[in-house]
Every structure is written in structure tokens, then in C-alpha cells.
Write a protein that binds this ligand. Structure first.
Ligand code: GDP
Ligand code: IMO
Ligand code: MG
Length: 428
């Protein structure tokens, strides 16, 4: 196991931050390969809690190399705010333990303005984005007008491209959306300052990550969001604008598929989603509220209440296939403790048959009716278990069903937010 991926198996917030931090102990290099500061990853070590958005969750060890890949969209202001936040908590960030791709796209103030204006224009069909400028930044990347970190390193080139971009964006902001034009000089002056602070961290990360793998170092690729927020395989258009699936590593970190040995899917023991879009097993009732309160299901980035529902094995099976998962990590089984009965979706009734894959069309998905199996619940002792044997029998049955349905083994069970509340049951 020299290069492995941690990927969200549902709609994000599965506990990737906790598990990346936990698994980072076994790695020397931790790489973010997509998304931006729309992500919110929580790591708890002892009595300290850290909330990370852009910096990889391996940063807390101090002696590991943390990498922001070219597939990430970087808001320099958000990045420096996060570095200051980490420094305030006693975490040292230097070019020895943190580097940023010269090919990463920059999130600019007009991306955030456009994110807000486009959402407003969508009216009742809004996506419920995080408002961080993610979609507009990736749009510019694909449209080939994006500004990259390497442009910022050549400030005259940056000035010229920024000037062109601001002219074009102001036309759209004012004429299409009736918004206020942005001021070129103010933005330029801010980015000149960011450029100097960023410079020591900028590298060709594909070269560095490749060399690390070749040298026999273990590299962990930390996914953001989750499979169903993927731009291709998610619940389009209610998705984020990047490839969140395991395949995103190849394009987002410049690493060939043959170099990756394992892909671990992080799955919450139930399902949550933030923002709009379909959610077949959603519980719009007291049960959903119970899970939300017990699991503290509120967004790390936006503070929004997360929608909650039963575990959906159709989703996990689809993630296993699309991401080529070698194992699952199941988190938050402690949250479900105390329930008498727990339901699990094992198929969708669709046009007189039961299907076990996730349909592309939202219209077809709306027709799908979850087919449930019911399990007996378990008690709070689950949170204190530190070995598989100590888990309640009913929790074991629940976990076995996940393996059986998806055909993928569980390697780790998480029974609480802290590092030590983790049970290893197999290889990843
Ligand atoms: P991420 O975006 O996938 O990193 O997940 P978030 O950090 O947004 O949300 C997961 C939340 O669950 C965080 O508050 C974690 O501290 C917490 N968490 C992770 N694993 C467990 C677990 O096994 N049990 C409990 N109770 N909380 C967990
Ligand atoms: P982590 O890494 C959960 C959701 C937003 C919205 C949609 C598009 O913490 O799991 P965007 O701002 O990306 O254009 O919003 O994607 N979303 C997330 N939901 N966890 C995340 O990240 C998310 N990042 C984006 O709520 O529905
Ligand atoms: Mg999160």
C-alpha cells in the first residue's frame, strides 16, 4: 500500500477529516486533489477540535508533507485565514510540511460575487451552494480564462490577465445580474500581497508526489465532498463542480492510475446531505430531527442544518463500483445507538422492478421508492468499544449487511469523533 485514496461515499460530511487524520499516521504525504474551501473537515485530537477547509487533514502531525493539488481551487484569502487559524492553535505550517500546486486555479472575488448572483437568479431552483465561488472558478478553468497560482508568481502576467477578466466579469455582473462592478486596483493590490506570502509554498506537485511514491513513501489522497456530489456521477445539477470520485486523483494530482493501490470509501452509518437535491431515504420527520440532534448534523462551512435519513446501500454499492473501493470505513455508528429499530435501504422500486444502482435522471430518481430492511438497534455501549468483539451483536449484524450488499469489506469502524475512538478490523 503505497498510494491510497480516502473518498466520501455519500453526499459529504462522512467523517473524511477524522479518518484522514487517523490514516495519516500511516502515511508520509497527504494530498488534496479537488474541491476548495467549500469542504469542512473536522478533526478531534484529545480535547482539541480543528476545522479544516483547504489544508489537508494531515497537517496536525507537523512532520508530514501536506499538498494542495492542481485540481483544487484555491482562495488565497481563505487559505491564509486558515493558516493563521492553525498557527493560533499551535500548528506550525512551513514549506517543509505544506506545498501548493503551481497549476491550481485561483478563486477570485468575482467568482464569489457570481456564485451569489447566480444562486439568486436560480430562484427556487437554487443549488444551495456554499457561496465560496467554487462553481464559477471551475467554470473559468474549463472555459480557459482561469488564473492559476503560477500566474500569480509572474505578477505582470497576472495583472494583464486580471484586467481582462475583471472587464469581462463586470459586464456580466452588472448587465446580466444587475450587480455592482468590482474594482480592479483593490483586487490587484490584495493579490500582490497574497503572491508574496504564497511564493515559498509553490511547487510542481505532480513531480514531488511522483518522487515520493517512487521513493517508497506512503501517500494518502484526501477527497472532499462525496461521490453523489461528483460533477459526473452525482445528482446533477445538485452537485459540486469537481470530480469527487477516486478517479479525480489522477487529474487533480497528476498521478497515473497504476500508481494507486487502494481506495477507501468513508460511509456514515446513516445518510446526510446539505443543500438542495434529491435524497431518497430522507426523513422529514421526528426521526430525522433525532438523528440531526444526536449526530450534531450542522455544516462545518456554512452552519446549515444537514438533512438526515436512513443508510442507503444503493448509494454505497454505486460508490464501491465507481471508485473501485478496496474497503469501507463506517463512521458514527454511535450516533444510531439508542434506537429500537433502524432501517436500511437495499434497493429502489422503479417501474415494477427493484434496482440496485443510482439512476442518472432526477425524474427517474423521483419515481424510485426505497425498499427497506429493518434491523434491531443497539445501545450506547458502542461508543466505548475499542475492539470488534466489544461491539453489540446488532451493530455487527448491521455492519455485516453493508459488506454483504456492497461486496466490499469494512476495514475500520469509527465509534466517536476522536482519534482513539476507532476500531481497525481489516486492511484498507
Ligand atoms: P467530513 O467533511 O467528511 O470531514 O466530515 P465533517 O467533519 O464535515 O462531519 C463529520 C462530523 O462527525 C465531525 O463533527 C466529526 O468530528 C464527527 N465524527 C466523525 N466520525 C465520528 C464518529 O464515528 N462518531 C461521532 N459521533 N462523530 C464522528
Ligand atoms: P465536505 O468535504 C457537504 C454541497 C453544497 C451544495 C453543493 C454545491 O465537508 O464533505 P458548492 O459550493 O460546492 O458549489 O456547492 O455541494 N457541498 C457539500 N456538502 N460536504 C461538503 O464538503 C460539501 N461541499 C459542497 O452544500 O449542495
Ligand atoms: Mg464536511
Amino acid at each position: 500500500m503505497s498510494a491510497f485514496i480516502v473518498v466520501g461515499a455519500q453526499w459529504g460530511d462522512e467523517g473524511k477529516g477524522k479518518m484522514t487524520d487517523y490514516l495519516a499516521e500511516k502515511a508520509e504525504v497527504i494530498v488534496r486533489f479537488q474541491g476548495g474551501n467549500n469542504a469542512g473537515h473536522t478533526v478531534e485530537v484529545g480535547d482539541k477540535q480543528y476545522k479544516l477547509h483547504l489544508v489537508p487533514s494531515g497537517i496536525l502531525y507537523g512532520n508530514k508533507l501536506n499538498v494542495i493539488g492542481n485540481g483544487v481551487v484555491v482562495d488565497p484569502k481563505a487559505l491564509f485565514d486558515e493558516l493563521d487559524y492553525l498557527e493560533g492553535l499551535g500548528v506550525k505550517v512551513t514549506p517543509e510540511n505544506f506545498i501548493v500546486s503551481d497549476r491550481a486555479q485561483l478563486i477570485m472575488p468575482y467568482h464569489k460575487t457570481l456564485d451569489a448572483l447566480k444562486e439568486k437568479a436560480r430562484g427556487k431552483n437554487d443549488i444551495g451552494t456554499t457561496g465560496k465561488g467554487i462553481g464559477p472558478a471551475y467554470t473559468d478553468k474549463v472555459e480557459r480564462s482561469g488564473l492559476r497560482v503560477c500566474d500569480l508568481m509572474h505578477i505582470e502576467v497576472f495583472r494583464e490577465k486580471l484586467s481582462e477578466n475583471i472587464k469581462a466579469k463586470n459586464e456580466i455582473i452588472t448587465k446580466v445580474y444587475g450587480g455592482e462592478a468590482l474594482d480592479f486596483e483593490a483586487i490587484y493590490n490584495d493579490y500582490v500581497k497574497y503572491a508574496e506570502r504564497l511564493r515559498p509554498f509553490v511547487r510542481d506537485i505532480s513531480v514531488r508526489v511522483y518522487d515520493e511514491i517512487k521513493a517508497g513513501k506512503k501517500v494518502l489522497f484526501e477527497g472532499a465532498q462525496g461521490m453523489l456530489l461528483d460533477i459526473d456521477y452525482g445528482t446533477y445539477p445538485y452537485v459540486t463542480s469537481s470530480n469527487t470520485i477516486a478517479g479525480g486523483v489522477c487529474t487533480g494530482a497528476g498521478i497515473g492510475p497504476t500508481m494507486i493501490t487502494n481506495a477507501v470509501g468513508i460511509a456514515k452509518a446513516y445518510t446526510t446531505r446539505v443543500g438542495k437535491g434529491p435524497f431518497p431515504t430522507e426523513l422529514n420527520d421526528e426521526m430525522g430531527e433525532w438523528i440531526r440532534q444526536k449526530g450534531h448534523e450542522y455544516g462545518v462551512t456554512t452552519g446549515r442544518a444537514r438533512r438526515c435519513g436512513w443508510l442507503d446501500l444503493v448509494i454505497l454499492k454505486s460508490t464501491a463500483r465507481i471508485c473501485g473501493l478496496t474497503s469501507f470505513v463506517v463512521t458514527k455508528i454511535d450516533t444510531l445507538a439508542g434506537l429500537d429499530k433502524i432501517k436500511v435501504c437495499v434497493g429502489y422500486k422503479f417501474e415494477d422492478k427493484v434496482i440496485d444502482y443510482f439512476p442518472a435522471s432526477l425524474e427517474d430518481l423521483a419515481e424510485c421508492e426505497p425498499v427497506y430492511e429493518e434491523f434491531d438497534g443497539w445501545d450506547e455501549s458502542v461508543g466505548n468499544a475499542r475492539s470488534y468483539e466489544e461491539l453489540p451483536e446488532n451493530a455487527k449484524k448491521y455492519l455485516k449487511r453493508i459488506e454483504e450488499f456492497t461486496g466490499v469489506k469494512i476495514s475500520i469502524i469509527s465509534v466517536g469523533p476522536r482519534r482513539d475512538q476507532t476500531i481497525e478490523v481489516g486492511s484498507i
